[in-house]
Write a protein that binds this ligand. Structure first.
Ligand SMILES: NC(=O)C1=CN([C@@H]2O[C@H](COP(=O)(O)OP(=O)(O)OC[C@H]3O[C@@H](n4cnc5c(N)ncnc54)[C@H](OP(=O)(O)O)[C@@H]3O)[C@@H](O)[C@H]2O)C=CC1
Ligand SMILES: Nc1c(N[C@@H]2O[C@H](COP(=O)(O)O)[C@@H](O)[C@H]2O)[nH]c(=O)[nH]c1=O
Length: 367
């Protein structure tokens, strides 16, 4: 599997967080200087991606405008223009849109099989049964794309951020108010699992330009695997205790084993069930990551060894979990014990609510 491309999001928003107004005419929030900077970002990218909603609403060209930047690309051995990429679930895009008709560069459309046949004459249609953006990035990587500029709109930005796929965000804030709840927002509701750090703030001709970098941990693969562990909790049999899912992966992110509470034996914990599927001498354990929806337990009445102990004994160096165990039955110190033993522990509290949703049978757990 090729390494996923670096993903940079770019958006211009109003002071009250809107990408556009509700008029049907495209609202220009950027100044000329700001557009020139976005043009430089386009020139640095191998592909520019927008959602089908933006293709329909704005009819964008998505081309590098500056002749100097285009020449520099060619001088550097790159195509004059980046690839153009869009994603649709319905396939409802007009083949006469400027996305398809402008620029001598390949156009890619990711769509569920059979939905975008009318676009096959004007673009390469890539059928994706699972239209998650992780699959889109994997396919782009296989096509040699190393850097993607995502220019919106709100639906697509929300998906990239909530799936933990964005590495960087450039946000231009124009000094205007839209004040209309029907207008599209930069980001909709969701759980946003990768913390962002402010890397730069500038004033560009009255527009505030902010640059944020996503934390290296949790990575997009961590989010994918942790969500898989969270989903596994739904398979637990009815229980008076925690319903937990676990996924154990190798160094390349491939799944080595999975488990959930009550799998096999009603008292088994998720991490224990996953570990029981591997030979204790398996050399892959030394570079494995344990994903658990809940912090690994450190105290057990039903078994001699806690999951923290099992993880330590298995030689697993890295643990990623979503929900820190609340003090319902015992005081859990799993994260502290793992860290004290020199293991890397990554907590993703943004996904804790998803775990709590599977555990509302426990006293005091409300979402
Ligand atoms: N100020 C700025 O920087 C920018 C502003 N905008 C504005 O944003 C608005 C458009 O935003 P929005 O309506 O949210 O549209 P988006 O451009 O975010 O596109 C959303 C569409 O993308 C497709 N899509 C999203 N996720 C998936 C998926 N997982 N699988 C398959 N298809 C998917 C669907 O297309 P389909 O419906 O075809 O199934 C969906 O309706 C416009 O008003 C535009 O002017 C846009 C870009 C930048
Ligand atoms: N309105 C708006 C943006 N809109 C983005 O620019 C695209 C238009 O591309 P093109 O047709 O190539 O000029 C549009 O589809 C959307 O992705 N971008 C910004 O930096 N600032 C803005 O104010």
């Amino acid at each position: 599997m090729s390494t996923r491309p670096y993903v940079q999001l770019s958006a211009a928003q109003s002071l009250d967080g809107y990408l556009d107004d509700a008029s049907g005419e495209r609202l220009v929030l950027s100044t000329e200087d700001d557009f020139a900077e976005v043009d430089r970002l386009r020139a640095e990218a191998d592909a520019i991606l927008v959602g089908a909603g933006t293709v329909r609403a704005d009819n964008p060209r998505l081309l590098v405008r500056s002749p100097e930047l285009r020449r520099a690309r060619v001088a550097g051995g790159r195509p004059e223009q980046p690839l153009k990429v869009t994603v649709t679930a319905t396939g409802e895009l007009d083949p006469a849109s400027r996305f398809f008709t402008t620029g001598d560069t390949p156009k890619l459309v990711y769509a569920p099989p059979g939905t975008a046949t009318a676009l096959e004459a004007v673009a390469t249609v890539v059928p994706l049964a699972d239209p998650g953006f992780g699959a889109v990035l994997d396919d782009l990587a296989a096509r040699g794309v190393r850097r993607v500029l995502v220019e919106g709109g709100g639906g697509v930005h929300t998906r990239f951020l909530s799936e933990g796929l964005a590495d960087e965000l450039r946000l231009a804030i124009a000094p205007v108010f839209v004040g209309d709840a029907r207008a599209p927002r930069f980001v909709g509701p969701g759980a946003f699992p990768r913390p962002m750090t402010l890397a730069d703030v500038r004033s560009l001709d009255g527009v505030a330009v902010l640059r944020y970098l996503a934390a290296a941990e949790p990575s997009s693969v961590d989010i994918q695997r942790l969500r898989q562990a969270i989903a596994l909790a739904a398979e637990c049999p009815p229980s008076a205790t925690f319903r937990v899912g676990a996924v154990l992966t190798g160094a390349d992110g491939a799944v080595l084993a999975t488990g959930h509470s009550g799998e096999g034996n009603p008292r088994d914990h998720a991490e224990q069930a996953a570990l029981a599927k591997l030979d204790p001498g398996d050399p892959r354990l030394a570079t494995a990551t344990m994903y658990s929806s809940l912090e690994p337990c450190s105290v057990r009445s039903s078994s001699p060894a806690s999951c923290t102990r099992l993880i330590l004994d298995a030689g697993i160096l890295r643990v990623v979990f979503a929900w820190r165990e609340p003090e319902i039955f015992v005081v859990c110190e799993g994260a502290e014990q793992l860290e004290a033993a020199g293991r890397r522990v990554v907590e993703v509290p943004a996904l804790a609510r998803e775990v709590m949703r599977e555990n509302t049978h426990l006293p005091g757990v409300r979402i």
